[in-house]
Write a protein that binds this ligand. Sequence first.
Ligand SMILES: NC(=O)c1ccc[n+]([C@@H]2O[C@H](COP(=O)([O-])OP(=O)(O)OC[C@H]3O[C@@H](n4cnc5c(N)ncnc54)[C@H](OP(=O)(O)O)[C@@H]3O)[C@@H](O)[C@H]2O)c1
Length: 288
Amino acid sequence: MKQILVTGATGELGTTVIETLLKTMRAENISVLTRKEERKTEFEQKGLNAFIGQYSDIETLEKAMENVDAVLLISSGDQGDRMQEHKNVINTAKKKGVKNIAYTSRSLKDKNTLVNKLMTEHFLTEDYIKKSGLNYIIFRNALYMDVLPLFVGKQVFEKGIIQPAGNGKVAYVLKGEQAEAMANALMTEKFENQTFNFTGDDAYSFYDVATALTELSGKQVIYKSVEVEPFKKIMLDNGVPKPMVKKIVGFNLDIKNGQEATVTNELQHYLGRKPTNLKEGLKLLFNL
Ligand SMILES: NC(=O)c1ccc[n+]([C@@H]2O[C@H](COP(=O)([O-])OP(=O)(O)OC[C@H]3O[C@@H](n4cnc5c(N)ncnc54)[C@H](OP(=O)(O)O)[C@@H]3O)[C@@H](O)[C@H]2O)c1
């Protein structure tokens, strides 16, 4: 790989991807895309090729993909027309003669039984890449461990955990480790149409999360698994907007149904060490 374009380069995932690439690659061999002028300048000061652009603006994508032979498409957020944005990046890569594409998908067990329909767009993007004829690497990333403080709420040590996830387990990975492993794979693999499931080396339920938080804080944290309707009422009564409640319920039901529980050692291979386990991760994330 001579020249890689990293999209989402200013984001949390993208930042660590770039930092890791820079340990081995020359800055001039890395191109980045951002919507922010000040971030473009920062990248340029570090010697990278920075482009102002966005997934919905094909002309900007074309400029950023000039003389590029690999693109890392970091999936777009779910606010806009994510599928069309992804198609724009893939189509432009094809048009500009980019040979290789990598994509950040999600590690989920069965796309046909997903409750959170937003997740199906990852599989549609995978299919679109496969049909494009580009050489690909698909990173099926586990749920970031970093989402746990958001999931369990600021008052977890006073109120415990209430979720409709039953005993469902998640093979959480810290976002930074996900990014590091991805960058290492990008530098060592040849885009031979591979799909990697980048998961933690164990999967944990909210009972496990509660136990770990209890042990780390010395305060008793209890997880109560509730049914969907009472959970929705609690969320709505707390002022959480309806679409967000739907999304949170979808996440939880997918967890309950075992969608997030797959464990592989593929991340560990590219990370070059054991991924951070739940207790170590929660210690970091909650500053305990
Ligand atoms: N595995 C998981 O658990 C999990 C959880 C949450 C999200 N995700 C996925 O992972 C992605 C990256 O996560 P993150 O934490 O790094 O997100 P983040 O910190 O919010 O960063 C988002 C990045 O995407 C870029 N971006 C957003 N909309 C864009 C657009 N329309 N055109 C071009 N660039 C755009 C932003 O660039 P500028 O602002 O510089 O333009 C920024 O660099 C998310 O977008 C989401 O799809 C995965």
